[in-house]
Write a protein of this length. Structure first.
Length: 170
C-alpha cells in the first residue's frame, strides 16, 4: 500500500510489520521535517521585536506576546474622557460631591431610607458639562447629587449637551 505525504506529496509505503488500520490513521508525513517544518522569524507589529513561530503560523502571527496584541488592539479605543472618568481623581470628586449633599438628591430630596429594600442609585452630575468645561471637571462646586430619574430630566444628561451651542443652566 502507498499514500502521499500531506506536506510534500512524496510517496509513503506501508511497512510490512504494521497493520493497515494503524498505518492509515497514524502515518500522514514522510519524515519529521515534513511533520514539524522549520520555524520562521517575524517582527512584532507593536514593539518591533523579533519572535519565532512555526511555519504554518507565518501568515497569522503578528505579535510576540498577548500583551503586545492587547496594546495594539486597544489603541485608541479608550477615549481621554473615559480615562479621566476611571481615574482616582474623578472617583474622589464624586465621593466629595456625595458627602457634601449627604447622599441625597438635590432636586427631589430622595435618599436611601431604612427598610426601603433597595439602594437608591445616585449620580454625581456636573452642572457645567464635563465635555465642554474641562477646567471645572474636578471642582466640587460644579457637582451635584441627583437620583437617576432627576438626572435624566436635566439638559446635561448623556451626550446631548455636547452638541448644543448654548447650554441651559439646570
Amino acid at each position: 500500500m502507498k499514500k502521499d505525504c500531506i506536506t510534500c506529496k512524496k510517496e509513503i509505503k506501508k511497512p510490512q510489520n504494521e497493520s493497515v488500520k494503524n498505518w492509515v490513521i497514524r502515518h500522514k508525513y514522510c519524515s519529521k521535517e515534513c511533520q514539524y517544518p522549520p520555524k520562521v522569524t517575524l517582527v512584532c507589529w507593536e514593539c518591533a521585536n523579533h519572535f519565532i513561530v512555526r511555519n504554518y503560523r507565518k501568515e497569522t502571527a503578528h505579535f510576540c506576546s498577548t500583551v503586545c496584541s492587547w496594546q495594539y488592539r486597544n489603541e485608541g479605543k479608550r477615549t481621554a474622557d473615559k480615562v479621566i472618568r476611571q481615574s482616582w481623581a474623578y472617583k474622589a470628586w464624586r465621593t466629595l460631591v456625595f458627602e457634601r449633599d449627604n447622599y441625597t438628591c438635590v432636586h427631589c430630596g430622595d435618599h436611601n431610607h431604612e427598610g426601603r429594600g433597595a439602594t437608591l442609585a445616585l449620580h454625581a452630575d456636573h452642572i457645567q458639562p464635563f465635555a465642554l468645561f474641562p477646567e471645572l471637571r474636578f471642582e466640587v462646586s460644579n457637582g451635584r447629587t441627583l437620583c437617576v430619574p432627576c438626572h435624566k430630566k436635566t439638559g446635561t444628561y448623556g451626550r446631548g449637551a455636547i452638541y448644543r451651542k448654548s447650554v441651559a443652566k439646570a
